[in-house]
Design a protein around this ligand. Structure first.
Ligand code: G6P
Ligand code: ZN
Length: 543
């Protein structure tokens, strides 16, 4: 076997977004597209000769092809060992754990998360560093710069590697170890949660349904929920990963999990419903008659984390992305711990977690996690909820209501306008940005603007600055409008509007969310003109 150096020409569009490079499969299928990107990543790193690289993905279409290329390029570039999940599978949080557990140099996570898969769907590649988390902007910027000038890549000339059998083989001078994707992750979960209490909960007749959405969490959920924790067979549905996610959209929200939601709203339904996305890092939590918004879930998990053995000493601090509601801030305030507001993207939590300044992090986009790995973790959130339910011996609805009665309720919604013409979306944001300075002090329908800015994050750990992270307009009563462009869309631009209103502990917590936020929704339209300028009558998705 020999190392080949193959000439190539650069692509201009290999700029990593919020979470790695995500493109249509047809884009990745262009000759050398995968090779260029992986070589650009390796060219942006130093000191990996002889080190370990973790590779795994969510099993979507093109995973198998890209993994073979990745292993060949890793071998030719001098990595000493690759750890790869059997069948090429690793959930994103499991990949993060494996990088940390085996002290790997880094890892390649092959996924487009919750985006649809299949030949017409999306594919993605993300590089994670040695702490197990997504590469910081310093690295992703370097990868993009390199991708624009790359003129060759290295590849080991070798037949396809067998990823179906657990064991060790050689590719050139590099060792390839095919490992079970679930074992290490399940062991980690056992150290964090009171599995006996959760087992007793199921044994006592508690019923849940977990929708793996034909994606990567199927094997993990079968093994942990039905295997180790003794939940009845059938608790996990859609548990066999499929390259096209059975032609579905593996995003655990109320649109794509509507059937589960409807079931949980009936008396005959189970006590608890949950789901995870394509690569296993997002979560959806629904109790009987109670959907828990991701922002509320973050606050609730932070407030109750001490009930799980892994967090019994308390948590050091909480971090949330800027558009996530301020519900968690009130918990941090009461606990007297640090609270951090970061830009959208899990990578921004990495430094805070590494420095031990925060223990629990969360985003409105259905991501919650802790310092156990450096990615958000869907099953972790589900298990923490189960641990809390088992200890408190209350239902989700009761726990949520008691939380609001203590901290108040942050009514919250997100309106997405997808596949908007990029020029229109950019102009809209630029215009609004230009008017921000004039807003503070102005009163609109009784709402006084307290501040208006484009969020700039100053990382308190490494001192780096990230500007233009989203427009925030805050009002004196605690309400807030946030507007930003998604960094994960693959076609046109996606405009996201985030609306939030605070209702105190003794206020009315039973309003319909959209009605409670209607005045803010109208004001947002007045200020930004999203419907008028995009010529849409309503959002593509409301969460
Ligand atoms: C991915 C990232 C998250 C992010 C989400 C939404 O899931 O891992 O950190 O919150 O995308 O990002 P977007 O830029 O589309 O709002
Ligand atoms: Zn995901």
């Amino acid at each position: 076997m020999t190392v080949q150096t193959i000439n190539t020409t650069p692509f201009s569009d290999q700029k990593p977004g919020t979470s790695g490079l995500r493109k249509r499969v047809t884009v990745w299928q262009q000759p050398n597209y995968v090779e260029n990107y992986i070589q650009a990543i390796f060219d942006s790193l130093e000191g990996f000769a002889g080190q370990t690289l973790v590779i795994g993905g969510d099993g979507r279409f093109y995973n198998d092809v890209a993994i073979q290329k990745a292993i060949r390029i890793a071998a030719a570039n001098g990595f000493g060992r690759v750890l790869v999940g059997q069948g090429g599978l690793l959930s994103t949080p499991a990949a993060s754990n494996i990088i940390r557990h085996y002290q790997a140099f880094g890892g390649l996570v092959l996924s487009a998360s919750h985006n649809p898969g299949g030949p017409d769907g999306d594919f993605g590649i993300k590089y994670n560093i040695g702490n197990g988390g997504p590469a910081p902007e310093k690295i992703t910027d370097a990868v993009f710069a390199r991708s624009k000038v790359i003129d060759s890549y290295k590849s080991e000339d070798t037949p396809d590697i067998d990823l179906g059998t657990i064991g060790t083989q050689k590719v050139g001078d590099m060792t390839v170890e095919v490992i079970d994707p679930v074992t290490d992750y399940a062991a980690l979960m056992q150290t964090l949660f009171d599995f006996d209490a959760i087992r007793a909960l199921f044994a006592g007749g508690f019923r849940m349904t977990f929708d793996a959405m034909h994606a990567v969490t199927g094997p993990y959920a079968h093994a942990i929920l039905e295997g180790i924790l003794g939940a009845p067979k059938g608790t996990v549905i859609n548990g066999v990963p499929s390259p096209s996610f059975n032609d579905g959209h593996p995003d655990p929200n109320l649109v794509y999990c509507k059937d589960m939601f409807d079931l949980l709203m009936t008396e005959a339904g189970p006590d608890f419903g949950a789901a995870s996305d394509g690569d296993g890092d997002r979560n959806l939590i629904i109790g009987k008659n109670r959907f828990v918004t991701p922002s509320d879930s973050l606050a609730l998990l932070a407030a109750n984390a001490h009930l799980a053995p892994g967090y019994k000493g308390g948590i050091a601090g909480i971090a949330r992305s800027m558009p996530t509601s301020a519900a968690a801030d009130r918990v941090a305030e009461k606990l007297g711990i640090e609270m951090h507001e970061t830009p959208t993207g899990w990578k921004f939590f990495g430094n805070l977690l590494d420095a031990g300044r925060v223990t629990i992090c969360g985003e409105e986009s259905a991501g919650t996690g802790s310092d156990h790995v450096r990615e958000k973790d869907g099953l972790w959130a589900v298990l923490l909820w189960l641990n809390i339910l088992a200890v408190r011996k209350q239902g989700v609805d009761q726990i949520v209501r008691e939380h609001w009665a203590t901290y108040g309720r942050n009514y919250y919604t997100r309106h997405d306008y997808e596949e908007v013409d990029a020029a229109i979306a950019n102009a809209l944001v630029d215009d609004l940005r230009g008017r921000l300075a004039s807003l503070p002090g102005q009163v609109f329908d009784g709402l006084e603007v307290a501040y208006a800015d484009d969020f700039t994050y100053h990382d308190p750990v490494d001192g780096s600055t990230s500007a233009k992270q989203g427009i925030r307009i805050g009002f004196t009563d605690g309400s807030r409008i946030v507007l930003r462009l998604s960094g994960t869309g693959t076609v046109g631009a996606t405009l996201r509007l985030y609306l939030e209103r605070y209702e105190p502990a003794d206020g009315n917590h039973d309003l319909d969310t959209q009605s409670a936020l209607q005045p803010l929704i109208e004001l947002c339209e007045r200020l930004a003109g999203v419907k008028a300028r995009t010529q849409r009558t309503e959002p593509s998705v409301i969460t």
